[in-house]
Design a protein around this ligand. Sequence first.
Ligand code: ZN
Length: 425
Amino acid sequence: MKLTAALLLAPLALVAAAPKPSTHVSYDGYKAYRIATGQDAASIKSKLAKFAAVQFNNFDFNPNQELDVAIAPTEIPAFEALGLKADVVSQDLGAEIAQEGSLGSYEKVSAQAVPSLSWFNTYHAYNDHITFFNDLQAAYPQNSETFTIGRSVQGRNIFGIHLWGSSGKGSKPAVYFHGTVHAREWITTKVVEYIAYQLLVGYSNDTVVTAILNNYDFYILPVVNPDGFVYSQTTDRLWRKNRQTRSISSCVGTDINRNWPYKWELPGGASTNPCSQTYKGLAAGDTPEIRALVNLTQTLANGRGIKLYIDWHSYGQYILLPYGYNCQVRAANHARQTSLASSVAAAIRRPYGSRFTYGPSCSTLYATTGSSTDYVTDVARSELAWTVELRPTSSSGNGFVLPASQILPSSIEQWEGMKYLFATM
Ligand SMILES: [Zn+2]
């Protein structure tokens, strides 16, 4: 996206002449389809095997789900000749990526000044997120500190911000957020940052926010998969996994939300194929990102305990409750989690009318093994452990590539939902 910005600034004649950077995966002319898989997932999968299709959702284990794929321009005629029951959801994925907007720039604010809300008008590079959090923290030194829990495969810091209220640092149960678990889900980074921002800006000004921060310690990590995030910005906008290599394959990346050391070994909710989008790794917790996150999770669990955990994802507009590994099992407090999710969905809907579906993860969306919410529920004993899938819905276009103009609306509706949840849970 940075390269696109540079090209836009160049004279027009130069743009026409400039070759596409060879390192950047182009989705120009790619058409995205939603395929109704019905009960025939295996046969559809085998028909698709010869296509270099980009798979959006977790197809392998969901015979009743629809499958979203992007097809390369040269393969569109052959794909359409298959005669599958499919709707076109994007006429040109490359155009949607262009429409998302180029990455914004960020100027470090002067000492102790609050960063501007204009931060939420565009997407930003990984290093800018670090600067933004450092600036935000510096403006509220009495109620916050930044922290680093470890490094990614390629040595990038996995960082976060810790917020607290009048009882002092670390004295209350934890509210714990992970953003950008999957690299291409950029909107999640912005939404968790917006929540951190509103908590700090509202403290001492807004009675509801003040009470919230006095009741909980917040641990907000905006980019838990930094290598994948950077790769999705420099090379492949639709990258999902981390950037770990394996000696058994030339394919890169493990899905870190299939690598948590709980129910990892069960079949049916992740892939053992290193080339798959949902590759689970060779052993439970064998990614540095998950090792660091498990350590933090256990530290929080053994401290004041975890009241609420949310794993932030996109897309589909869901609030997903435990469990992912089994479609029949329910959390012990399932009724309470459902009733809270229902009220949160209503609060999210108020500003712009966005409808969020809620229910247990496995039965509402699909089976997952080695996922964070199952671990945080059963091992770390969090009272509430949800996955939120942000805008857009499955039935509108754009998918992961949410236009920058929707960063603020998406953030505002989630803040409404979260404010309600923090105040009532
Ligand atoms: Zn995701």
